[in-house]
Design a protein around this ligand. Structure first.
Ligand SMILES: [Zn+2]
Length: 274
């Protein structure tokens, strides 16, 4: 009897050991993931930022020209000045609208990326700054509005059903291009310079966030799948435009950052009851 009991105990012990071992492995893996989670991003030098921005702006311009060309082709299809084989007039128009949209989206994304690498100056040029940062919206209007107006005002160029379909597709394309083209978090050259001057240490940010964090343990990024670290320059180059509200508050308390001239996320904590 005693021996049997011992055997049982041993099996249980063995399982316990295995389980503990498994848990340890899991713990190590989790720890490894934690370490892997923060990816270091290199800082580009000012000339590198400038030349990259120039390249992106040239590609944007080419894509916008291509988008306008697609719009012109769609208009030519509308007035039957261009007759293409295989598909109906309506389908060719839709194809040109979709290619127009793709060009617009890529151009706007590259343009916005360039606006972070080498931001425009805002001082004494507020209107110019607005136009340049929101160029994606303006180009969306140029790339779709004339076509929409011509389709709506044309008579006997398209049958009623095709006219409705083409109009709806073009309006949806205009809205998508406009939304993607808008820069909701623009940053000026002055704001970027102020951030670079105030924050010399590493900051942290996430893939899609537009805020950078002064503290790695900031609760707003605790659950993010991937966190990047690097200089504030690298954070802005990768889409960030302002310092997180909570990090700013903490820095103010600890007096660890010069917050003057910094873009800071506006008071989210008011409603959170802080
Ligand atoms: Zn934060």
């Amino acid at each position: 009897m005693e021996e049997k009991k011992r055997t049982v105990t041993r099996v249980e012990d063995g399982e316990k050991v295995r389980k503990t071992a498994k848990k340890t492995t899991e713990a190590v893996e989790t720890a490894e993931q934690e370490v892997k989670k923060v990816k270091k991003v290199e800082t580009l030098s000012k000339p590198e930022e400038k030349s990259k921005a120039i390249t992106l702006r040239i590609v944007s311009a080419i894509l916008w020209v291509a988008a306008i060309a697609c719009e012109v082709l769609a208009i030519l299809c509308l007035f039957k000045a261009l007759r293409l084989p295989g598909l109906s007039q309506m389908w060719w128009m839709i194809i040109f609208i979709v290619v127009d949209l793709i060009c617009c989206i890529v151009a706007a994304l590259l343009w916005k990326k360039a606006s972070h690498l080498d931001p425009f100056k805002k001082t004494n040029n507020k209107v110019g700054f607005f136009i340049l940062t929101q160029l994606g919206v303006i180009m969306a209007a140029i790339c779709f509005l004339p076509l929409i107006i011509l389709v709506l005002t044309s008579k006997d160029k398209l049958d009623k059903k095709s006219k409705i379909i083409v109009t709806v597709v073009a309006i949806v394309a205009l809205l998508i291009a406009g939304l993607i083209g808008a820069d909701f978090n623009p940053i000026s050259a002055e704001e970027k310079a102020a951030a670079e001057q105030s924050i010399t240490g590493d900051v942290f940010w996430t893939t899609f966030g537009h805020k950078y964090h002064a503290y790695e343990d900031c609760h707003t990024i605790a659950n993010s799948a991937s966190v990047y670290s690097g200089s504030v320059t690298a954070a802005i180059d990768n889409g960030c435009s302002e310092l997180c509200y909570y990090c700013a508050k903490r820095a103010e308390k600890e007096d660890s950052l010069a917050l003057d001239g910094l873009n800071i996320e506006e008071g989210v904590a008011e409603t959170a009851g802080e």
